[in-house]
Design a protein around this ligand. Sequence first.
Ligand code: SF4
Length: 431
Amino acid sequence: MNALAPLSRNAEPVDGCGSAPVLRERGQHEVFCGLTGIVWLHRKIHDAFFLVVGSRTCAHLIQSAAGVMIFAEPRFATAILDERDLAGIADIDDELDSVVGRLLERRPDIKLLFLVGSCPSEVIKIDLKRAATRQSRLYAPRVRILSYSGSGIETTFTQGEDACLASLAPMLPNEATDAAPSLLVVGALADVVEDQAARLFDALGVAPVKFLPMRHAADLPSVGPKTSYLLAQPFLADTARALELRGAKRIPAPFPLGAEGTTAWLRAAADAFGVSGERFETVTAPGRARAATALARYRAVLSGKRVFLFPDSQLEIPLARFLSRELGMQVVEAGTPYLHRQHLAAELDLLPSTVRLSEGQHVENQLDRCRADRPDIVVCGLGLANPLEAEGITTKWSIELLFTPIQGYDQAGDLAELFARPLVRRARLEV
Ligand code: SF4
């Protein structure tokens, strides 16, 4: 990987986890399904709508994952299969076409509609791809209609975003034959984070820069052999593959968590676009300094604390790197649903070799190891958090890492605070 910018501490290479053994687990999973991604994706693409084709369970999941958000005009809904559908009395294709017709008639603001598949066997039987093609013919060019699966049988919760973006990849326009080399940043970032990154790339002279997902359906970024893409999220294996089929090339980099991750992420792009080291130092110095100041406050609370990460969001490896290298925490285990060695290579090189890595899930075995390790804090899904809290173990919900802006220099302190807050709260309760 590229050399790292000078940082206040711990920037030196470590005896990393690149070739460390990985505990592979196959057993019961305790994770949300891919429908959860709708909760952050619907905020990102401002004129998109996500129509889940599913059951009441699916409707409850996205409603409760979205919390108590009330919108005059929501951007997601569930077409619930009723008794007639399940009994095979109704023609499901006709029912779906009629739901989509009513929705698009009532909501002229929708420019991109995703039909999102789910688990019920009746849904699995529906060819949503064909339905999307059929409906696209009816509503083009006003509305583009795509489909992907958020089913819990096929996806864990961040894979919903991967499936959504992968469905967009074939729709992206071809870059012009005389196009200049361009950068495509891939993965949903909060608008505030995206704006900060755009300003930094601009100051570095990296241009043109485009983002996927885009904020508006009409702004689909073009792609082709002169496109270099930089992943902003570590869970986008299918999207990466789909972009490469279009000729785009990946810029290998760690992920922009913490000051070190953000610097290495920006530097990978800067190197690919021939930015001088001097310019890079000048442009990134203020951000690095702000992040270093923000992190110093939390290091006092977190340094030396032991953390156990259950496999959930696929953010676990970059998080483990951030927590250990920038906050001095001791990562006892970093579990991830999938270990994408290529996309995580730069992260694994930076992770201390003392970290136990696990891939996949066998929740009972993991709980046993966690109890034996007695960590100070556990990062896990909502389903495990309550029982662990009841046992006196402090937890952090991994889903918050997707709902909170955490990438970039100016969010490094907020990311650290997510871990410091529950520890401080427990310490207060114990006084
Ligand atoms: S898609 Fe499957 S796992 Fe997800 S809420 Fe619906 S039924 Fe449950």
